[in-house]
Design a binder for this molecule. Structure first.
Ligand SMILES: Cc1cc2nc3c(=O)[nH]c(=O)nc-3n(C[C@H](O)[C@H](O)[C@H](O)COP(=O)(O)OP(=O)(O)OC[C@H]3O[C@@H](n4cnc5c(N)ncnc54)[C@H](O)[C@@H]3O)c2cc1C
Length: 468
């Protein structure tokens, strides 16, 4: 409807049909959401998982990310990776030497994205999760400040899913923000900055062994690298290389092409080379037009980096462009403020919490907001308190994944996939336990949640993590 304000139009109120009525609705089927859904369903809750695309895994699969930057400590993430390994969809974990910051880091093997998509759907189905694909969750249903479900938009039009608990795994905290939970964006403040965005791509027909040989013969070019694969077959999943600053500077000088990132990361997944190289600064992952323009710029950079690899990196001479991720990789947007806000100090010093739901061993990985070199470091394990999953001011809502309650520095650690998956797992269990014990997710007895996690062999305290 036309409004007197030309900047807006008015939508008429409408009756929205109820599609499903469940105990738990999980918003977003990315890295985190499927684990939340599977765990809630395994604990006896009826669960719907809503995902805007037609596959599961989000940044892990569609985003071509494939590699958790840290060890998977236990629980469902380890179950998943073992299943992937059993069908050739992942390799052995490896220990990376970080030449730039010093120290070593255990890195879980990359997993083949399509194997992972199949596995996530299979485990959801086996647990009884109702998958709702190709549907965008547009807003929460609120009864006062209590969540009563969500509204989805899909080919079936606008429909409602009623639920006793919602778990926001949308990465951006879409539903928590619309429900009125407080949040900061990126670094916070009036002019917040966020970590840059990227589009992943792959290169096919790379001679991975030749690339490896060159790297170990010229180690100065690649400051951080996983251990050299011992056997030919270990190359398929075993190559992790971060650096190339000097060759990229030379390439820019020679060609006149401007690139915005000199420390790039190459890793092998199922025999292909996955390239994390593109970078666009000052993009809000909450702005439709900024996302669109960033994808266009990443495409320009993909052509340039593919040329760099072919012309300047031994082993890539016969390579061709493989897959371009069909989705922009957004590292940081909203941090929903919960009953506790995890700080940079907490993750640097290995903080401990009584209500911990996961001990995390991920790297600190901060892509500088103004484009300086990435701060990638191995640190002692820290703990993630349950309160970081419980947003302030809204009842029956949990957040898990990239949008949990952290500051900008803590996000640099907790955004990694081992942490996100562990949070999803805990949020799903907490939602089911709260429903079963007839209490709210805020008041749930965290010790019960911890007992379920312990039964799943998930370390919840830092001293339970087995050192590499
Ligand atoms: C380029 C890049 C490289 C990275 N490299 C690494 C790395 O090497 N190692 C590491 O451990 N971590 C890395 N990270 C970080 C890590 O991958 C992410 O922080 C993590 O995967 C986020 O998980 P998530 O579940 O919160 O979000 P996602 O995996 O992005 O999942 C969110 C899901 O929600 C869906 N969704 C969103 N909004 C809605 C909605 N309103 N309705 C319905 N569905 C919705 C999306 O389609 C998506 O499937 C990287 C991130 C990026 C962007």
């Amino acid at each position: 409807m036309v409004s007197s304000d030309p900047r807006v139009i008015l939508e008429p109120a409408q009756a929205v049909p109820v599609l499903l009525d469940v105990d738990v609705v999980v918003v977003g089927g990315g890295t985190t959401g499927p684990l939340a859904a599977i765990c809630a369903a395994r604990q006896g809750a009826s669960v719907a998982l809503v995902e805007r695309f037609g596959s599961l895994g989000g940044t892990l699969t569609l985003g071509l990310n494939t590699k958790p930057s840290g060890a998977l400590a236990g629980g469902l993430p380890v179950e998943l990776w073992n299943l992937a390994r059993a069908q050739g969809g992942a390799g052995r974990d490896y220990v990376a030497r970080l030449g730039k910051s010093g120290g070593t880091l255990t890195i879980a093997s990359p997993a083949d994205p399509d194997v992972m998509k199949l596995l996530l759907v299979k485990l959801c189905r086996e647990a009884g999760v109702r998958l709702v694909f190709e549907a965008f969750v547009s807003r929460p249903i609120l009864e006062g400040c209590r969540i009563g479900g969500v509204i989805i938009e899909g080919k079936g039009g606008r429909q409602a899913i009623r639920a006793k608990v919602a778990i926001d795994c949308s990465a951006d905290g879409d539903i928590a923000a619309k429900a009125g939970a407080p949040f900061i964006v990126g670094t916070g403040g009036e002019n917040p900055a966020m970590q840059p965005v990227s589009v992943y791509f792959t290169m096919r027909h790379v001679d991975l062994e030749r690339l490896g040989t060159w790297v170990w013969e010229h180690p100065d070019n690649v400051a951080d690298r996983g251990a050299r694969p011992e056997r030919k077959e270990d190359y398929a999943y075993g190559l992790w290389l971060a650096g190339f600053n000097k060759p990229i500077q030379d390439f820019q000088r020679r060609t006149g092409i401007k690139l915005y990132r000199e420390r790039i990361t190459l890793k092998s997944t199922n025999g292909e080379l996955y390239v994390n190289a593109t970078r666009v600064l000052n993009v809000s992952g909450l702005s439709t037009l900024e996302i669109s323009d960033a994808i266009v710029e990443c495409y320009r950079q993909i052509e340039a980096y593919a040329r760099f690899l072919k012309e300047d990196v031994p082993g890539c001479e016969k390579a061709t462009l493989g897959v371009i991720a069909p989705v922009l990789g957004v590292r940081e947007t909203r941090h929903i403020l919960g009953d506790y806000v995890l700080t940079g100090d907490d993750v640097m010093t290995g903080a401990r919490f009584e209500d911990s739901i996961a001990a995390d061993n991920s790297a600190l990985d901060i892509h500088d907001v103004s484009g300086a070199d990435t701060d990638f470091r191995s640190l002692p394990p820290y703990e993630i308190p349950y309160r970081c999953l419980v947003p302030q001011g809204v009842e029956q809502l949990l957040v898990a994944g990239r949008c949990i309650s952290v500051d900008h520095i803590a996000h640099g650690r907790a955004r990694n996939m081992p942490a996100c998956m562990a949070e999803g797992q805990a949020a799903g269990i907490a939602a089911a336990v709260a429903i079963r014990t007839e209490t709210t997710v805020r008041a749930v007895d965290v010790r019960r949640v911890q007992r379920v996690l312990a039964d799943m062999k998930m370390p919840i305290h830092a001293d339970q993590i087995v050192p590499a």
